[in-house]
Design a protein around this ligand. Structure first.
Ligand code: TRP
Length: 362
């Protein structure tokens, strides 16, 4: 069986450092591993509209922002097919048929959906399209015969729901859909990067993000105002490392080489943490260190992004070509699905033969 990746993002804002460690970096590594026969990345604009239907310009603008972020981090259109979801109408058709296989109560039990209903104030009245989006996500995944879906942990309930749909589709209509598997970041620290304010998650609505497109000065300011240990007031006070966002980020980003380059007084992070815990190490030192590391990481991404934005028609053509390529795959899956469901009336002359047998040869 072919090894195929499908993953995607909702275009509701620029991508940030949380996306980078939680998924983008992983996607680039998978892309360059050469292990996969095909890789699709979807800009899920139709899904974004399920809770932004009244703000279509936001979605339209962010399609390009997200595409810029992808290309800037090293997604290579020669190796990865980038597509726009709404332009592949086969996905909507698949969704409609899968809806028969899922109960309302199952959708309402989906933990990610439940959480989002709360965040969006949909408790009293939920748009059907929003509640339905896990089914549409199952269509996204199965349309491309994905075997592997690299996602953040918050998406695990979506993959679980997709697997249930695949299972019941194949049960009812015969073996047709490919069973996908989720792939989450191996490093637990990378699964959920906290915001600069120490809140559990980097999120646009909380205003605690470092964006891939941020300029050097903005990054510096955001690092300098990061949440540390509120009880570490004087430099000599003992400091706490746990829950201190600067250290959480250093755990994710600092390599031993970074110490050689930017902070040669310490060999590694353990030494730095020990000193902070003992007291005598100020927040400025650790923040400057983190700033140096993040600047080095983000500079080439930002520069590549700027370059690409000077050649925006190229980005447009990448999306157009990727979408057309992806549509062919989805069409083929839809054909298989309709055949399995016995709704392929005009695909070949089988149906005609069947009715002639039944109605004329008595
Ligand atoms: N739900 C994902 C998000 O919130 C986006 C998405 C849409 C997706 N379709 C997908 C992710 C298919 C993985 C596979 O970002």
């Amino acid at each position: 069986m072919k090894k195929i990746i499908l993953t995607g993002d909702r275009p509701t804002g620029r991508l940030h450092l949380g996306h980078y460690v939680g998924s983008l970096k992983n996607r680039v590594a998978l892309q360059n591993s050469g292990e996969f026969d095909k890789i699709y990345i979807m800009i899920a604009d139709a899904q974004a509209l399920t809770d932004n239907f009244d703000n279509p310009s936001k979605v339209r603008n962010n399609v390009i922002e997200v595409a810029l972020d992808y290309l800037a981090v090293g997604i290579d259109p020669e190796k990865t097919t980038i597509l726009i979801q709404s332009e592949v109408s086969e996905l909507t058709e698949l969704t409609f048929y899968y809806m028969n296989l899922v109960t309302l109560s199952r959708l309402q039990r989906n933990p990610t959906v439940k959480n989002e209903i709360g965040l969006r104030g949909f408790e009293k009245s939920i748009p059907v399209g929003f509640l339905n989006y896990p089914i549409s996500q199952a269509a996204d995944i199965t349309a491309f015969d994905a075997t592997c879906v690299p996602v953040g942990v918050d998406q695990l309930p979506m993959i679980e729901q997709t697997r249930e749909i695949v299972h019941s589709f194949n049960n009812v209509y015969g073996n047709t859909l490919v069973m996908p598997e989720a792939k989450i970041p191996e490093n637990e620290l990378e699964q959920r990067l906290p915001g600069t304010d120490g809140k559990a998650k980097m999120s646009k609505s909380l205003g605690n993000c470092i964006y891939l497109a941020d300029d050097a000065e903005t990054i510096r300011k955001k690092v300098m105002s990061m949440y540390t240990d509120p009880n570490h007031i004087k430099i000599d006070d003992p400091g706490q490392v746990e829950g201190n966002v600067v250290f959480t980020y250093l755990d994710v980003f600092a390599k031993d080489e970074d110490f050689v380059k930017y902070l040669p007084e310490y060999k590694n992070l353990d030494e730095l943490k020990d000193h902070y815990r003992r007291g005598g190490l100020g927040d400025m030192v650790i923040k400057k260190f983190l700033n140096n590391i993040l600047q080095e990481l983000l500079k080439p991404i930002r520069e590549r992004r700027e370059e690409l934005s000077q050649n925006i028609e190229y980005v447009y053509r990448v999306l157009e070509k990727g979408t057309n390529d992806a549509r062919k795959h989805a069409k083929e899956t839809l054909r298989r699905v309709k055949q399995a469901m016995k709704i392929d009336y005009f695909e070949n002359d089988e149906f005609l033969k069947e009715i002639i047998d039944k109605y004329q040869e008595k």
